[in-house]
Design a protein around this ligand. Structure first.
Ligand SMILES: [Zn+2]
Length: 113
């Protein structure tokens, strides 16, 4: 394949990346984790030596933004929404990385000419 054809192919890839990016919805960085309550009450049923009943887990999201790490509580009814936002962010990062790689490939092909 000659370089011009290759460049056109790469440019079409960039157009597809842009289209995909425009379709991404809400996003957020970070990772979701499940936390088990550490209960402060020594007489609570979660502290019973025989057959302790643990508290329901809760969710939190941790992320770093502008050099600062943050952790936020996530309501259990919001977990699915947050998972989707995390997936979107991951896709966003992959697509923008690919956009840069494809742009570099185009730049290198043009330099050869
Ligand atoms: Zn407890």
């Amino acid at each position: 394949m000659d370089d011009n054809k290759e460049i056109e192919k790469l440019q079409r890839r960039i157009e597809r990346i842009k289209k995909h990016l425009s379709e991404l919805g809400e996003m957020r960085p970070g990772s979701l984790s499940t936390q088990y309550n550490v209960c402060g009450n020594p007489t609570c049923r979660c502290k019973r030596p025989d057959n302790p009943i643990r508290h329901r887990p809760y969710y939190q999201i941790s992320y770093t933004r502008g050099g600062k790490s943050k952790t936020e509580f996530v309501k259990s009814e919001d977990v699915e929404k947050v998972r989707l936002q995390l997936r979107n962010y991951h896709t966003f990062k992959e697509l923008t990385d690919e956009w840069v790689d494809v742009s570099l490939a185009i730049a290198h092909l043009r330099k050869k000419e």
